[in-house]
Design a protein around this ligand. Structure first.
Ligand SMILES: Cc1cc2nc3c(=O)[nH]c(=O)nc-3n(C[C@H](O)[C@H](O)[C@H](O)COP(=O)(O)OP(=O)(O)OC[C@H]3O[C@@H](n4cnc5c(N)ncnc54)[C@H](O)[C@@H]3O)c2cc1C
Length: 334
């Protein structure tokens, strides 16, 4: 267990915001986590993973916690399925490699998403037609107030689009210590989202590993490598509009892309931003990324205010052009 004071966070957020934390503490076990929670019971606490979905607005006047709980353990196996428990501090993409090396499918479409296993279950990460909730069996946590362990079955996590109970009713109340994934030995491939099928056209019988490689290839053409330009991935959520609103939009824009969504129609925010002419627009060091306008990048010297102002400008423009409110996917931290 290590505790640091006045800790620089630049390397701990993929936007590369140059801010500091009053305290930064890392732990290796659940017991160490409980010790830290007792020690800092009266402080403001934020638990982070890789900081790939955070926008620090200023220095953090509290304690930042980070998990080093790693490891993977097979809990149960049948002819068709495996239950695999993975520590919250494991990098999610390494967990996928581990799964695929053993022939266990389900997570391949989520390849190359930055971040750790603990955060994946908070965020309900998703890509290429799959969300992590589709492969979560249960989530192991510690309650911050009582220090007691609690297991959440997948239904109890109330997953929605990039959403969970841990971002709403129980925000900041539980720390994820491990996630148990339910994986398939004869996985059904999800190829009908984005360009996956096109990327795999030369392979007659693609495997889960082929899907992973296709997803990685496609993502790297579109998304900036964090080492090249800081970002937090998609800055905005794709809005879901009513069927009536969508019909109205389609009358004006017959080519508008869309996906059926349980309670309405999902419209890609990237298309709206592109159409609104905001691609490439800059405020200070923040810029709407040219190749993927859903992403705001730090071109080198952005301060938090630049990103906030640019995001507001994009939101206003989308509202005035299309009458749609787009919401940030990124967590603002103050
Ligand atoms: C280039 C790029 C591409 C991206 N692509 C995608 C994508 O395709 N799909 C997608 O869904 N996301 C994407 N993201 C966003 C990001 O990768 C995910 O949101 C990821 O889950 C964040 O993980 P993290 O470990 O960095 O968490 P952080 O950003 O550090 O934290 C995210 C949230 O989780 C909470 N949290 C973290 N760990 C724990 C824990 N152990 N217990 C309780 N709460 C915790 C934090 O408090 C915070 O609220 C992308 C980001 C980048 C930079």
């Amino acid at each position: 267990m290590k505790v640091y004071e006045h800790f620089p966070l630049k390397a701990w957020n993929t936007f590369s915001m140059d801010v500091k934390a009053r305290y930064f503490a890392e732990y290796d076990t659940k017991d160490e986590l409980c010790e830290l929670l007792k020690q800092f019971a009266n402080e403001k606490i934020l638990h982070i993973g890789c900081g790939s979905n955070l926008l620090f607005l200023n220095d953090y006047d509290g304690v930042i916690l980070h998990s080093n709980i790693t490891g993977a353990e097979k809990l149960h196996e049948t002819d068709n399925e495996v239950l695999l428990k993975v520590g919250a501090g494991v990098v999610f993409d390494s967990a996928i490699s581990y799964m695929l090396e053993r022939g266990w499918g389900g997570a391949e479409n989520l390849s190359d998403i930055p971040g750790e296993v603990g955060a994946s279950a908070v965020q309900n990460i998703g890509a290429y037609g799959v969300e992590v909730k589709d492969i979560i069996h249960h989530v192991e946590t510690i309650e911050r107030k009582t220090l007691l362990p609690r297991v959440f079955g997948v239904a109890e996590c109330r997953y929605g689009y990039r959403d969970s109970i841990f971002k709403n009713e129980l925000k900041d109340e539980y720390i994820v210590t491990a996630v148990v994934f339910r994986l398939q030995k004869h996985a059904e491939l999800h190829l009908d989202y984005g360009n996956i099928r096109q990327e795999l056209q030369h392979i007659e019988h693609p495997t889960i590993s082929d899907v992973r490689h296709a997803v990685i290839t496609i993502r790297r053409q579109k998304l900036p490598a964090v080492s090249e330009a800081g970002s937090a991935g998609s800055f905005f959520k794709n809005p879901i509009v009513s069927v009536e609103k969508f019909a109205e939009l389609q009358a004006s824009y017959p080519d508008i892309p869309h996906y059926e969504s349980g309670n309405g129609v999902k419209v890609p925010a990237a298309w709206l931003i592109d159409k609104s002419g905001m691609k490439g627009k800059k405020i200070g060091g923040a810029m709407v990324y040219e190749k993927q306008p859903l992403v705001i990048v730090n071109t080198g010297d952005a301060v938090p205010e630049d990103v906030v102002k640019l995001a507001e400008k994009v939101q206003k423009k989308i509202y005035s052009e299309f009458g749609i409110k787009i919401e940030p996917e990124v967590n603002y931290i103050s």
